[in-house]
Design a protein around this ligand. Structure first.
Ligand code: RIB
Ligand code: CA
Length: 313
């Protein structure tokens, strides 16, 4: 079967980096048409630069990287240096990129690429705030029905919030954008904290990355060593949660995941619960289902896949 054509929309971020590396190490499963950067974990200039750094680390400098929106649709940008460090990729010491960010705006790339391909053949994989995606839908409503699927990392239900008591970071940063995407009618698969908190880089798993002995394996070990501090301190986790790689792993091995097709709506009014993903997991309302909300993962199978694919780079 031909590899799925995907656009990765991202705010690197160590976990974004691992998600991108997993995709770039799986050419038989996914064809990365481009990487679009958005402001999120760190400001846009850094997320775009970090996307280039990751492509160079993977030896895939032919992948075009585009810079997108530098702030949410209708509110100030909130960043997460407390989790990802000042650069957004703290941990390994990686060289400044030689490859340049494309001139074209990421939103225009998203629009032009979906328009240029047959309907139902391009999957969009948001790993950060949904600002670029929502902006593309606002500027070009015609592309909404052409998008094959959106597989995104964001939200939470049983795990509640990681940036506020109620909200997960990607949705919290731009709840208005998330509301547009979740109401768009596109086939959406959601990787919430409920599942990503089960994909933890325990010490043996980190050791397996490092044992690859390659620049990629060592860098991933160093990224996750750094990235785990926040979650270990806050949740007492056994290691860094690999949030974003759940998205690319789903494209390659959807059988590693289970979830429910339910209604998910976004809080955009209350300051108390702003950005909360109100997931009708128990189907107590008559609101129509609009998202496959993933709740569980075969974590060993996930890490076996990830380590095997990283070894190829
Ligand atoms: O809440 C986790 C999400 O926020 C991940 O995508 C992480 O990279 C940050 O963007
Ligand atoms: Ca991210």
């Amino acid at each position: 079967m031909a590899p799925r054509k995907i656009i990765i929309d991202t705010d690197p971020g160590q976990d974004d980096a691992v998600a991108i590396l997993l995709a770039l190490g799986s050419p038989e499963d996914v064809e990365v048409l481009g990487i679009t950067a958005v402001a999120g974990n760190v400001p846009l200039d850094l997320t775009a630069k970090n996307a280039c750094i990751i492509c160079e680390l993977a030896g895939k400098t032919d992948i075009p990287v585009f810079a997108g929106c530098d702030r949410p649709l209708g509110r100030d940008l909130v960043t997460a240096e407390h989790v990802h460090g000042k650069t957004g990729l703290d941990g390994p010491s990686l060289p400044a990129p030689v490859m340049a960010v494309q001139e074209q705006h990421a939103v225009d790339f998203l629009i032009d690429t979906v328009r240029a391909h047959d309907a139902g053949t391009v999957t969009v994989c948001p790993l950060g705030p949904l600002t670029n995606i929502a902006t593309a839908f606002q500027h070009a409503p015609d592309i909404v029905e052409k998008v094959q699927q959106i597989v995104l990392m964001g939200g939470a239900y049983f795990e509640v919030g990681n940036i506020t008591p109620a909200a997960e970071f990607n949705i919290y940063v731009d709840p208005e954008a998330a509301d547009i995407v979740f109401k768009s009618g596109v086939d959406i698969v959601v990787m919430p904290l409920d599942v990503t908190h089960k994909a933890l880089v325990t010490q043996p798993r980190n050791d397996a990355f490092r044992a690859l002995g390659t620049p990629v394996g060592i860098a991933v070990a160093e990224m996750t060593d750094f990235f785990e501090r926040f979650d270990k301190e806050k949740y007492g986790s056994a290691g860094a949660p690999l949030h974003d790689p759940c998205v690319t792993a789903y494209l390659i091995r959807p059988d590693l995941f289970t979830g429910r097709h339910i209604n998910v709506e976004i809080e955009t009014s209350s300051d108390l619960t702003m950005g909360m993903t109100v997931a009708d997991w128990w189907r107590v309302t008559d609101r129509s289902a609009n998202a496959m909300f993933i709740g569980d993962i075969d974590a060993d199978g996930f890490f076996d896949l990830l380590t095997e694919r990283l070894a190829r780079l």
